[in-house]
Design a protein around this ligand. Structure first.
Ligand SMILES: [Zn+2]
Ligand SMILES: [Zn+2]
Ligand SMILES: [Zn+2]
Length: 229
């Protein structure tokens, strides 16, 4: 396999190896080259390219017009993440894969889309997120803006915790509503600028979906998170 020896270990080459922008490893094997910046930040190894961005290095290297994740403003390497004030992706990777996303980049991008881009991105989303997004778009079309939903505790939110089956879950749901309300009161979430990814938002990204999702989705999300925890 590309860049690996017969035992499956990565082959390091400090002289000829090119440092991958994502994992910072100087291993043998294929590397990408960005047609836009033509710089070291566009150099990725096949593993990182696939696991973090869902792209295949063979296809990428066949495309002379390929543009690196950084030039597309979606580099999720530790350096660029911290420069944007995003949280590290360690656990994000497991969560993204568990929820059916193609990569961490898909997860981050699809969960932080501007409203206008959501409709178009539906085919790229895992079924669960697509369902939630469709419902969200429908709600917005009906004149219930996202901000309004964030700032005003809706009756739907209340009933979401009340109608859940198991008593344990119901308790949890109530607790979540209480937490949400507390956060809202502190003004830490409701006042975030739109379209900007905030540290707190990333940390809360799973819960954010829950908050925005309709009640049935909230139940599914809860289950999903517990299964993968
Ligand atoms: Zn790499
Ligand atoms: Zn580039
Ligand atoms: Zn980067």
């Amino acid at each position: 396999m590309d860049g690996y020896d017969a035992d499956g270990n990565r082959v390091y080459d400090k002289v000829r190896g090119q440092t991958c922008h994502q994992c910072r490893q100087k291993t043998m094997g294929k590397r990408t080259a960005c047609s836009s910046c033509a710089s070291l930040q566009g150099v990725f190894c096949g593993d990182c390219l696939f696991m973090r961005y869902g792209e295949n290095i063979e296809e990428v290297n066949d495309n002379p017009e390929w543009v690196c994740p950084h030039c597309r403003d979606l580099c999720n390497c530790s350096f660029h993440r911290s420069r944007r004030g995003w949280a590290p992706t360690g656990t994000l990777y497991r969560r993204a894969v568990a929820q059916g996303y193609a990569s961490v980049a898909h997860y981050l991008v699809l969960n932080n889309l501007e409203d206008a881009a959501k409709e178009e991105a539906l085919p790229l989303m895992p079924a669960e997120l697509a369902t939630a997004t469709r419902a969200e778009l429908k709600a917005m079309a009906e004149g219930q803006g996202k901000e309004a939903a964030l700032l005003v505790p809706s009756s739907a939110e209340q009933s979401a915790s009340e109608c859940e089956g198991a008593p344990a879950k119901r308790e949890q749901g109530a607790e979540m509503v209480a937490k949400r309300t507390a956060r809202r009161d502190q003004g830490s979430i409701g006042v975030l600028p739109r379209g900007k990814v905030h540290k707190a938002q990333v940390a809360e990204v799973g819960k954010k979906r829950q908050r925005e999702a309709p009640q049935s989705e909230t139940v599914i999300r809860n289950r999903g998170l517990h299964d993968t925890a």
